[in-house]
Design a protein around this ligand. Structure first.
Ligand SMILES: *Cc1c(COP(=O)(O)O)cnc(C)c1O
Length: 475
């Protein structure tokens, strides 16, 4: 496929700008050489981007089982609500009294998500999950500092945590203490007991963790950390497995982030926009980023929490993501939310069971919303790696699962079907997986050569990462 710069010819245009109706201003340093823009007609431009769009695979095209990503169907009513002119055309600098409906969306979303998580307050400023982690850690830090408890410099992170957890802790100025998980995929409680002390600021727990397991010792874990004077952070990016069923607040967690762009159905990928909403218990509320929305004098007002850590983003976060999350929650309601979680878990266990006919699971079941297979033995026996299987899936029009993650599992494939996949789809996908297993034994070369039906074949992924060519230069 040609690049847009390689199409068209000088003189071809889209449309002309309307006549200038404001006074002309001459620049002090006008550019001397013309901008190198493509010369294409409107038809050509439309066709170019349509052709590109057709090559993109999304949840509206087919199965998209990226573990730890929750690529679930985004009900179209969410988009309708986010596109309402009162939401879509509001300006962030408008006075609060002219945007009361928008402030009510924040207040309502805060109320419902606090109920779902068992928290007392929530900010929607963070733009992504990792941004939420960073914000949550700043809350923990502000809390200890406010109490003049400044010797607490360490954050404990189990090795089954999402990779962003230790990175966020370092960004927030903490030293990370890694603790191992046991053969069952849960935190090694004795290692945790040995790791806590007067220097413990807190613990970050991803639950269900990156191997798709709900930690059976969760109450014990939060108790150990609290007794040592630390606070407990819940990475709730994958709340899809537990929403409406159990509440992190009831398990002893003091602060949590949610990925509204995973669990609460805003589509994601390609860099956003997202929302890493951060909820906290009452002890941390005074430190939340400001402004927050509060009911005052019969209306909604923007107020600064007493000891606020300040802003973590311009304005109020990605507002329409919150509109979509609120629409999703209100559409599903009190019975639909836990039902979605239970179906997500059921679907994952269904696939896990069917695939374990041939594939080795990294941890024995049952799993939560996702499961991890290890292709280590298959690789030894046939030379076929997790990467080869993933490439084979592409020829069947299936987006591969998450590969080589989590790092604690070798030759990992991590599958998350989500609740929005039907049994028929999952059966088809399982058949393809099992077919590829046979192929690995009968004709491994075919898998080494895959994919053959995609617009591009195997890419030099290391080369693309190490020497990225990000700028078009004319040949
Ligand atoms: C996706 C994810 C994150 C990070 O969220 P981003 O929006 O990508 O920054 C953190 N933790 C877990 C468990 C996740 O799945």
């Amino acid at each position: 496929m040609k690049l847009i710069f390689e199409k068209g010819a000088p003189g071809q245009r889209l449309s002309l700008l309307p006549p200038c109706d404001v006074p002309e201003v001459s620049l002090s340093q006008p550019r001397t050489d013309p901008l190198d823009l493509p010369h294409v007609s409107e038809t050509e431009l439309t066709r170019h981007y349509t052709a590109l769009a057709k090559r993109v695979h999304g949840v509206n095209d087919g199965f998209y089982p990226l573990g730890s990503c929750t690529m679930k169907y985004n009900p179209k009513i969410n988009e309708d609500m986010a596109a309402l002119p009162g939401f879509a055309q509001v300006h962030p600098l408008q006075p609060a009294e002219t945007a009361q409906g928008c402030l009510e969306v924040y207040a309502e979303a805060e109320k419902l998500l606090c109920e779902i998580t068992g928290m007392d307050g929530m900010t929607f400023q963070p733009a992504a999950g990792a941004h939420g982690e960073f914000t949550g850690l700043l809350l923990i830090k502000a809390y200890h500092t406010h109490r003049q408890d400044t010797a607490r410099t360490k954050i404990i992170v189990p090795d089954s945590a999402h990779g962003t957890n230790p990175a966020s802790a370092v960004m927030a100025g903490y030293t990370v203490v890694n603790i191992p998980s046991g053969a069952d995929g849960c935190v090694d409680v004795e290692a945790l007991r040995a790791a806590v002390g007067p220097d413990t600021a807190g613990l970050m727990l991803t639950n269900p963790n990156t191997v798709g397991i709900f930690d059976k010792n969760i109450l014990e874990i939060t108790k150990i950390v609290h007794e040592a004077g630390g606070l407990c952070y819940y990475d709730g990016a994958n709340l899809n497995a537990v929403m409406g069923v159990v509440r992190p607040g009831d398990m002893g967690f003091d602060v949590i982030h949610l990925n509204l762009h995973k669990t609460f159905s805003t589509p994601h990928g390609g860099g956003g926009p997202g929302s890493g909403a951060v909820g906290c218990k009452a002890i941390l509320k005074p430190f939340l980023p400001g402004p927050m929305v509060e009911a005052r004098d019969g209306g909604w007002q923007l107020v600064q929490p007493e000891h606020s850590i300040g802003r973590v983003k311009s304005f109020y976060g990605n507002f329409t993501v919150v509109v979509k999350a609120l629409t999703y929650i209100l559409t599903l309601g009190r019975t639909g939310i836990p039902e979605a979680a239970k179906n997500a878990v059921l679907n994952a266990n269904y696939m896990m069971k069917r695939l374990s006919e041939k594939y080795a699971m990294a941890y024995s079941g049952p799993c939560m919303h996702e499961f991890v297979m290890t292709l280590e033995d298959l690789h030894h026996e046939t030379g076929i790696s997790a990467m080869d299987i993933a490439k084979g899936l592409l020829d069947h029009g299936i987006h591969p699962p998450t590969m080589y993650f989590p790092l604690i599992v070798h030759e990992a494939l991590m599958i998350e079907p989500t609740e929005t996949e039907s049994q028929e789809t999952m059966d088809e996908v399982c058949s393809v997986f099992l077919e590829l297993w046979e192929l690995a034994h009968t004709n491994p070369q075919a898998l080494h050569d895959a994919p053959t039906k995609t617009p591009v074949r195997r890419l030099d992924e290391v080369g693309a990462a190490r020497n990225p060519v990000l700028r078009y230069t004319k040949k």
